[in-house]
Design a binder for this molecule. Structure first.
Ligand SMILES: [Zn+2]
Length: 572
């Protein structure tokens, strides 16, 4: 008698091998057998007409804070994701003593758009060191599995205090930081992360702490992982420009870091309409690094990187003086103002003026002055979309009027996509298919009112596999499960085979797709966030327990903390 049998499904096992029909028997937290199963089980799922695949892995999230108040692991769990990696881009909540937590939250607030009120209300701080943080996460009830990096901004702030935000580290600072990394990796941190991008600022416009570090500090810190023979290094990279000596210098440094330290180096990469072939240099560097004996893998997205704008959250005009006054008002009063022809005329006029201050310049995923060719009303969950510029030309209207009219039709609840990067979908596909890449980068848990990319996995299945037929299902599942599980060393996950952990999804290949996103005020302290579910998922199994049926929570909370390879190994 097994605990669970998934019967009559079609197995796509994550390896890339062709599908076959079989049952999957689960005993405890493991897959016991795959084939024709004659025994019975306490629980059965009829997967006839459905695909049975490994749970998906998203290695670029910022769930570090959310894991404390959202046991389920939304919105990722709603898209077939059963394991995530958090602590990316230098942002983690440890090491940090409770008395200093505001400093760490300052790193997260603007750079990642996580409400400090939600963090204060939702996190019971019970740690100082990273090892203690891992123990705290370990004790939490969890729907999905979490692996965690230690972030440079937190580490630097822990060791250097306020100096972390404007000073170079001394020899003693570096020695202390190295000691903390050693302890964290031994306790099960999956690696170490940093950010050097100008997109990452604090609320008062200063760089986050990791950006103050010089490259030698980075090298010395990453070197600890090389000495230990464990840990991955993730970096939100430098703003080098699209070509020239700064780019050459940065890529040379990345490559020699990977080769000299023997630590795997990973980072996110996008194509850009402003520099269409810029990304190719990074992939070449990954090849050269491999040839020279290092490891480098590149995190890519599955579609354009879009802000998700609405009058309920952010609009491109928010920081223009004429708009600022209106945008402060409750939504109903904003609607009334926009229905007043005189007010509206002034707002439309103002929307075309470039502000004198930096009013139009957003950092990171903040709204910025729109290019109407790259702004789209979100009228359905899947592309293609028509741009505001196209609609304006067709209707012979001002683009700002198009936006206002559409918004008013929905009582200001209409969403708009504003594309920041990855515009060229041929490049997106080419990057996804590159053997040095891994499809991830949802940023789940961060940018909670700005973007909603927890659906990037279901986008692959609905858009690239079903609508475009550009990938086979076997290729797509491998990209989303086996490949990230392999790179991040999530042993026994990302591949359906007997003896592996029973992280399994059952879905309908004809219907799986993201649903339209919505806005909710369900974070601690009533803070808002974007939410997005999906269609087509029949069941999501985590460590042998059914977490979701028809994407609704069953009550099970069988997720785990996934510690890195040195956890539990004897220390000396
Ligand atoms: Zn990130």
């Amino acid at each position: 008698m097994y605990d669970l049998i998934i019967r009559n499904g079609t197995i796509v096992d994550g390896s890339g091998m062709p599908r076959f029909r079989a049952d999957v028997a689960i005993e405890g937290d493991k897959i016991a057998a795959i084939g024709k199963i004659r025994e019975s089980a306490r629980e059965t799922i009829d997967a006839d007409g459905h695909i049975v695949a490994p749970g998906l892995v998203d290695a670029h999230t910022h769930m570090d804070a959310q894991v404390f108040w959202d046991a389920l692991g939304t919105c990722s769990c709603w898209h077939g994701v059963t394991s995530v990696v958090m602590g990316n881009c230098g942002f983690s909540l440890a090491p940090c003593a409770e008395k200093d937590k505001l400093l760490v939250m300052r790193n997260l607030e603007r750079a990642e758009d996580i409400s400090p009120e939600a963090m204060q209300a939702g996190i019971k701080w019970s740690w100082t060191t990273f090892a203690q943080y891992l123990d705290a996460v370990d004790r939490l009830p969890k729907g999905i599995n979490y692996a965690a990096y230690m972030g440079h901004s937190a580490l630097r702030t822990y060791v250097m205090g306020e100096r972390a935000f404007d000073e170079e580290a001394t020899t003693e600072d570096i020695a202390l930081m190295r000691e903390e990394i050693r302890d964290a990796i031994r306790a099960g941190a999956i690696g170490f992360t940093t950010s050097r991008t100008s997109n990452h600022q604090t609320p008062d416009g200063r760089p986050v702490a990791s950006r103050i570090a010089n490259w030698d500090e980075v090298r010395q810190l990453v070197g600890v992982m090389g000495e230990l023979g464990a840990g991955i290094f993730e970096i939100a990279g430098e703003d080098t420009g699209a070509e020239g000596p700064r780019l050459d210098d940065y890529l040379a440094r990345l490559k020699s870091l990977a080769v000299e330290s023997s630590v795997p180096v990973t980072f996110g990469m996008f194509s850009s309409r402003r520099a269409p072939n810029y990304w190719r240099r990074y992939f070449e560097t990954a090849e050269e690094t491999a040839a020279a004996g290092g490891r480098m893998f590149i995190q890519v997205h599955s579609r354009s990187l879009n802000l998700l704008l609405s009058f309920e959250t952010h609009m491109p005009f928010d920081r223009l003086p004429a708009w600022r006054e209106i945008r402060k008002l409750p939504l109903a009063e904003q609607e009334a103002a926009l229905r007043n022809p005189e007010t509206r005329r002034k707002l439309v006029e103002a929307a075309h003026q470039r502000p004198e201050d930096d009013g139009g310049r957003g950092v990171g995923a903040e709204a910025r002055i729109a290019n109407y060719n790259w702004m789209f009303p979100l009228d359905k969950a899947m592309p293609p979309y028509r741009s505001v510029a196209e609609l304006a030309a067709e209707q012979n209207k001002d683009p700002v009027d198009v936006i206002i009219d559409l918004a008013l039709e929905k009582n200001l609840k209409q969403f708009f996509l504003q594309t920041l990067t990855n515009e060229n979908q041929e490049h997106v596909l080419e990057m996804m298919k590159n053997p040095r890449s891994v499809v991830t980068f949802s940023d789940s848990g961060a940018h909670v009112s700005q973007i909603m990319d927890s659906s990037l996995q279901t986008h692959v299945l609905s858009h690239w596999v079903r609508a475009k037929e550009a990938l086979t299902l076997e290729q797509a599942i491998r990209m989303l499960s086996f490949v990230p599980a392999y790179h991040w060393g999530l042993t026994g996950r990302g591949h359906l085979r007997a003896g592996n952990f029973a992280d399994v999804i059952v879905f309908n290949p004809d219907t799986i797709a993201p649903k339209l996103p919505e806005l909710a005020h369900d974070l601690p302290a009533g803070a808002r966030r974007l939410k997005q579910k999906s269609d087509g998922l029949l069941a999501t199994v985590v460590n042998g327990k059914v977490l979701l049926r028809n994407n609704e929570h069953t009550g099970a909370l069988s997720g785990r903390l996934l510690r890195g390879p040195l956890a539990g190994a004897s220390t000396n």
